[in-house]
Design a protein around this ligand. Sequence first.
Ligand SMILES: CC1=C(CCC(=O)O)c2cc3nc(cc4[nH]c(cc5[nH]c(cc1n2)c(C)c5CCC(=O)O)c(CCC(=O)O)c4C)C(CCC(=O)O)=C3C
Ligand SMILES: [Fe+2]
Length: 366
Amino acid sequence: MQHDPSPYDAVLLVSFGGPEAPDDVVPFLENVTRGRGIPRERLVEVGEHYFHFGGKSPINDRNREFLAALREDFAGNGLDLPVYWGNRNWGPYIGEALEQMAADGVQRAAVFFTSVYSSYSSCRQYRENLADALAGLPEGTPAIELDVLRRSFNHPGFIDAMVDATLAAVADLPDAARETAHLSFVTHSIPLAMNDASGPEGGAYELQHRSVMEEIVERVRLETGHRFRHQLVYCSRSGAPHVPWLEPDVNDHLAQLAEQGSPAVVAIPIGFVSDHMEVVWDLDTEAAATAEKLGLTYVRAATAGIDPRFVAMVRELVLERAAVERGVPTARKAEGGLPACWDRCSTDCCRNLQQGPRPAVGGVDG
Ligand SMILES: CC1=C(CCC(=O)O)c2cc3nc(cc4[nH]c(cc5[nH]c(cc1n2)c(C)c5CCC(=O)O)c(CCC(=O)O)c4C)C(CCC(=O)O)=C3C
Ligand SMILES: [Fe+2]
């Protein structure tokens, strides 16, 4: 059977969560930063970003749209699987989703994270959240087995969406600025130590982003005949000032481009799957203002969002993993220099540097 989802009887979308009203902002930030050693000044600053948008993060609405698109994609492709949704830091929480799944008789679900790279923050922490939520279910709840879908940064569903988003942004540039424009690929900064511990052998977070960047640059060259200058840059640096994080910051990078005489820049948010706060604040508000001050033409490429290919990717990953679990040979699509990611994380993959080993779902040892 072509669309055989067995052994799965459900899909669970797991995301970060965000505040939806001004009174949510402080408790949300407390949830995010519990035990993470983030200075108070940074929290006040980030709180302001949320208050700037009326205390409401865009992320939950983006996830509601994604859920609707996913359900439509499943229905349109004869895949009869219910889709649930739970967040790490704000309602609906992962635990609430699991309780509902148990009540509905779900026994084994495939789990998709709304973040496609390896690192503690973007992968293992979600795996720990799932383990905690399973452990926190009321006594007597029937067991639910959870399989975490592989990291999907190099799946064509993501890459193709980002290639077209980049081409559209390049087309939006003034004609005179196009050939000399700089492609700035932006992702969330993380501490150097977290990057060093990411993936099974370390450094995976940065490497995966570089492979996405190089693939997009090459695909854009094939379309336009022009190989654009490009760089991987970072936003949303947090933490204590003496702790090194991945650099350069996008704003410093823009200043450097202006100094070198570049007239135009395309910001490509490959680190975010939809228009999160980092995109609407750090890029559309802050970096856009920096570029304006510097006299740079600035265009921001779209995120993958509900691009039908990105939505279909989740279905493809569910069916791929279902086949793997049934022992049926299946294609594992991947583009660029890195192979398709592993299905189960090794014991040390993206290990938690602050707390030591904690139970996590989806590992080889789980
Ligand atoms: C790699 C990564 C992703 C991408 C992967 C993924 O998508 O999961 C991501 C996503 C997100 N991060 C988000 C928000 C926040 N992240 C924070 C703090 C931190 N993020 C970190 C890393 C990442 N974060 C790290 C290393 C910290 C320091 C604290 C710690 O070591 O844990 C803080 C606290 C304040 C601050 O420190 O800035 C906030 C409010 C939102 C919601 C946005 C919205 O509302 O739309 C989203 C999607
Ligand atoms: Fe974050």
